[in-house]
Design a protein around this ligand. Structure first.
Ligand SMILES: C[S@@+](CC[C@H](N)C(=O)[O-])C[C@H]1O[C@@H](n2cnc3c(N)ncnc32)[C@H](O)[C@@H]1O
Length: 198
């Protein structure tokens, strides 16, 4: 992300937090339990929503400036931030009870590899909590997303507006709950790590 993006991230996101995100983070993350992996934890926006009584959190964030920004907010000691990406998470198989990914898969380079890595580190029956903007179902909105994405990737650090991440999740996990918002360009998903017959 870099220093500029890290320094403006919370300010730029403020209207979206007020409109939608904070409420969804609160509702979703209070359900997280046990040992939790927070992928691409950024400036630590999810941290206030984890329950210190029922969770320990292993947050991973490859970007130094984002980690520094999170640490400026004084991270409680049940949350540990590790400097790594999600392609190869330095923990054994079946480590986590819950995996959280909020607004990360839009900019991950190799989503397929990361989904496989999540399946490796998430215990069988463990849950994935997910908030993401995705490729719309409406052809006219898809066309706008496709047009804007090459430029948007440059200004927003590789963020794709047109990635069908919800479909990728369905290929790897069993969907427990799924909701769509804003003309189906935002989704909130709870999924489970079960073997899927193919
Ligand atoms: C848009 S921010 C989202 C931050 C936070 N999760 C939130 O909900 O606001 C995306 C974050 O994902 C991180 N990221 C990008 N590629 C990643 C990867 N391969 N593995 C883990 N994190 C990654 C970025 O450094 C950035 O902090």
């Amino acid at each position: 992300m870099g220093k500029i993006m890290a320094s403006v991230y919370d300010i730029v996101m403020y209207p979206f937090e007020k409109l939608f995100l904070t409420q969804k983070r609160r509702l979703l993350l209070k359900q997280a339990s046990g040992h939790v992996l927070d992928i691409g934890s950024g400036t630590g926006v999810n941290f206030p929503f984890f329950n210190p009584e029922t969770t320990t959190v292993y947050a991973i964030e490859p970007d130094q400036a984002m980690r520094e920004k999170a640490n400026q907010k004084s991270v409680p000691d049940y949350i540990h931030i590790e400097a790594t990406g999600a392609e190869a998470i330095p923990v054994p198989d079946d480590t986590f009870d819950t995996v959280v990914s909020t607004l990360v898969f839009c900019s991950i380079d190799k989503p397929e590899q990361v989904f496989n890595e999540i399946k490796r580190v998430l215990k069988p029956g463990g849950q994935l909590y997910f908030i993401e903007h995705i490729r719309a179902t409406s052809p006219s909105i898809q066309s706008i997303q496709d047009t804007l994405t090459p430029m948007w990737k440059q200004v927003a650090d590789g963020c794709h507006l047109n990635r069908p991440t919800d479909q990728l999740i369905e290929q790897h996990f069993t969907i427990i709950k799924k909701a769509y918002y804003f003309k189906k360009i935002v989704t909130v998903i709870i999924a489970e790590n079960t073997e899927i017959d193919t």
